[in-house]
Design a protein around this ligand. Structure first.
Ligand SMILES: C[S@@+](CC[C@H](N)C(=O)[O-])C[C@H]1O[C@@H](n2cnc3c(N)ncnc32)[C@H](O)[C@@H]1O
Length: 389
């Protein structure tokens, strides 16, 4: 009899004889005829759409084995670069806390998550990851969107802002009085914070009774449509706590790839924030100014123009939170910097490990990694890590 011993990066169970078995959890056993006997870590998937829906890959794991999966992803990415570090217990976001998601609507009337490597959409009737405020719009949207007669697939971006749900539909620009009335009626009935459409020319807001904000570090920040937000409030809090710990009382801190200021506004002292998205950095600048926070902003492409070693050396600590590709160019400059500490936040263990290797070759030590599971039941892994000299 073979036993599942771990979960591979894409979510398959890996047996002690090396076989990959789909939807098997550690501790499950595989009988001679190939049937999976659930073990103690096999979770009964709570959702009827699992595994067909693209939103979740790991509902068959209990939290202990999901947590082990996350730790192993980080450890194996580091090991592939010849590195190791203390990896802390992952901080897992509970079900139904996702406050930002993109669903898709197809002309056949299905609304759901996209599956990896497939064009099929599962028409979601229930969801155990979305915040209830977001899920509550699924059925009403399925009634509204067909009235615009879309000819191709639409993207439906949902985010939970301070004022309620911020909704952006891309791929269509409804025109005419009837559509305008339908949009206003829908927004009013569902108390939307904002309703915007984008057919390739940039978001056009059709409803926004009060300026939409997202509060970060107690500061309400204007929220541009479809701007980056950490996926859950719990995930944001875990990452912020790890960054604060990593930075300590560093004096002036640089926050690179700052977005709307998730970290810049959560740090107590003076912060320099750099970000490539113009609308995000403008929002952070305005919010920090209004709240009289000492955040100095710069619109800067950190791939093309990373902070130089001389610039970095002026800071007491550097926070960086790049996109999935990582921060190859910035890491090369950081490797030679004498700044005392780095807090590296990443949504991709592989690019993180590659950049960590560059830093360690420059004499930095990787002190710890705090994984964060804010995409519940998915193979997505986030983390915050501390490097010191
Ligand atoms: C993972 S998000 C983090 C944002 C922010 N730290 C937060 O936690 O909300 C990555 C950010 O990097 C920005 N970005 C992507 N490419 C960039 C580049 N080449 N230069 C500067 N910023 C970039 C994105 O606009 C996005 O805001």
């Amino acid at each position: 009899m073979t036993t599942i011993v771990r979960v591979a990066a894409r979510g398959d169970g890996v047996a002690d004889d090396g076989r990959h078995i789909a939807f098997a959890a550690p501790g499950d056993t595989i009988a001679a005829d190939g049937t999976v006997q659930p073990g103690p870590h096999h979770n009964v998937p709570p959702c009827r759409h699992f595994p067909a829906c693209g939103g979740c890959q790991l509902q068959h794991l209990d939290d202990e084995s999901w947590s082990d999966f996350i730790v192993e992803r980080v450890a194996s990415a580091l090991a592939a670069q010849g590195l190791s570090a203390p990896i802390r217990m992952p901080q897992l976001s509970p079900p139904r806390t996702r406050r930002r998601a993109t669903l898709h609507f197809d002309p056949a009337g299905r609304l759901g998550f996209a599956q990896e490597k497939s064009h099929q959409l599962v028409d979601v009737q229930e969801c155990h990851v979305l915040a209830p405020e977001l899920f509550a719009l699924v059925k009403p949207l399925k009634r509204l969107l067909p009235s615009f007669k879309p000819k191709r697939r639409l993207d439906v971006h949902l985010a939970l802002a301070d004022q309620g749900v911020d909704l952006l539909v891309t791929g269509i620009a409804p025109e005419g009085l009837a559509h305008a009335d339908a949009i206003s009626a829908f927004a009013q009935e569902h108390r939307l914070a904002r309703f915007a459409f984008d057919d390739g020319m940039g978001p056009e807001t059709r409803w926004e009774p009060d300026a939409v904000t997202i509060t970060l570090g107690n500061v309400p920040v204007p929220l541009p449509p479809a701007a980056f937000l950490q996926a859950t409030r719990e995930g944001e809090a875990a990452l912020v706590a790890a960054v604060r710990e990593a930075v300590g009382d560093a004096g002036i801190v640089a926050d690179l790839f700052a977005g709307l200021g998730t970290f810049a506004l959560a740090l107590p002292g003076r912060v320099y924030a750099a970000e490539g998205a113009r609308d995000a950095i403008a929002a952070l600048k305005a919010a920090a100014g209004r709240a009289q926070r000492l955040v100095f902003t710069e619109h800067r492409d950190l791939f093309r123009r990373p902070l130089t070693t001389a610039e970095l050396d002026r800071f007491g600590a550097i926070v960086l939170d790049p996109p999935r590709a990582g921060a190859r160019e910035q890491a090369a400059q950081l490797a030679a910097s004498i700044a005392p500490a780095i807090a590296y936040v990443s949504c991709n263990p592989s690019s993180f490990a590659r950049d960590a290797k560059t830093l360690c070759e420059g004499g930095w030590r990787l002190d710890w990694v705090q994984p964060v599971g804010q995409f519940r039941w998915s193979t997505h892994v986030e983390l915050a890590a501390r490097f010191s000299r």
